[in-house]
Design a protein around this ligand. Structure first.
Ligand code: AMP
Length: 187
């Protein structure tokens, strides 16, 4: 089973994705974590990605499509995965859709974590203090929210046509939201 967590930055995709992946025994693929690790390790990918990440922009598809392909090709991702942080653009969605279709698979559920913008800003600002993420500065936060609306939110309509988008209120306790996700996907 392939489950995509969709939602604005700060909507809790990472937290809920972790709970969900552990509960279902699925691997979680998180492009943001992979990129942050690459930045720390100063690999060519990390060096390329850093400037975009720090500014709150998306890393270009020319860089990210190869990474997505590689992750989906891993043995542990053959039967299912929780996708956190991708696809985030039309080109990425096309690649994921095509890769799974070639394997006779598809995205089974898209969980849209719904959180009001003031709460997103509050969470990301708090996280800046706790985790020191270089893209949780006020400017980068503003850019990330705009980029989400412009590039990623249109994917909701793309997938809604297939009737697989389920909106989950993303405000409240972690356990309550996890319970709602369990109810919505029926397992
Ligand atoms: P995240 O932790 O998912 O919010 O990602 C942090 C940053 O990593 C984003 O603001 C982007 O710069 C970059 N990033 C993560 N995933 C992607 C993706 N699928 N496509 C492009 N950029 C990404």
């Amino acid at each position: 089973m392939f489950i995509l967590l969709l939602g604005a930055p700060g909507s809790g995709k990472g937290t809920q994705g972790k709970v969900l992946a552990e509960r279902l025994g699925l691997p979680k693929i998180t492009t943001g974590d992979i990129l942050r690790a690459a930045v720390r390790a100063e690999t060519p990918l990390g060096r390329e990605a850093k400037k975009y990440m720090d500014a709150g922009s998306l890393v270009p598809d020319s860089v990210i499509l190869g990474l997505i392909k590689e992750e989906l090709a891993k043995p542990e991702a053959q039967q299912g995965a929780v996708l956190d942080g991708f696809p985030r653009t039309a080109a990425q969605a096309e690649l994921v859709d095509r890769t799974l279709a070639e394997r006779g698979q598809r995205l089974n559920h898209i969980l849209l974590l719904d959180v009001p913008e003031e709460e997103l800003v509050r969470r990301m600002t708090g996280r800046a203090a706790d985790e020191g993420r270089s893209d949780d500065t006020p400017d980068a936060i503003r850019t990330r929210l705009q980029v989400y609306q412009r590039d990623t939110a249109p994917l909701i309509a793309h997938y809604a046509e297939r009737g697989i988008v389920k909106r989950v209120p993303g405000v409240g306790g972690v356990d309550d939201i996890a319970t709602e996700i369990k109810r919505v996907i029926g397992r």
